[in-house]
Design a binder for this molecule. Sequence first.
Ligand SMILES: [Zn+2]
Length: 157
Amino acid sequence: MTMAARDGDGWVQCDCGNKHWGLNGAAGILILRGDEILLQHRAPWVHNGDTWGIPGGARDSHESVIQGAIREAIEETGIDPAFVTAIETFSDDHGNWRYDTVIARATDELIAHEVNDESHEVRWVEIEKVDHLNLHPSFAKSWPALKEILNNLIGPR
Ligand SMILES: [Zn+2]
C-alpha cells in the first residue's frame, strides 16, 4: 500500500489580492462540545502566527473537505475522530481559492492537545468569549457567520 501524496502544500495568489496556503484550497474543523469550541493558538513563527484559530490546513487533491479537515485536526491536536460528527460545511469562497470550515460536534470523551510545533496550545473556549481572543484573520472574517450557525445548533440557552 502506498501513502497518498500530500500535494496540497503551496501558496496561491488569490483573486482577493492576498496569498493563501493550500493549492487545492484549505479546510478546517470547528468542533463544538456543549457551548464551547476547540481553538488552537498558533505558534508565533508560522504565517499569521500568535493568533487563535481552528485546526486546519491545505487540502490534498484526493481528499474531501471533511477528510482534509479531520486529518489536519489529528495532526495538530491529536483528536480521535471517532468522537467527532460532522454536521455541515461553511465555505468562504474567494474565487480561485476557498476555505471550508467543517462544523462538527464532539462527545465529552474527546481529548485534544497540542501535538506539533505549529500549535502552541489548544483550548475549549465558550462561544461568547471567542471575540475576546486575537483571532486569525481568516477565521475572524468567517466567525460572525459561524457563530450564528453554532448558536442555531445549540438552541436557546
Ligand atoms: Zn483570497
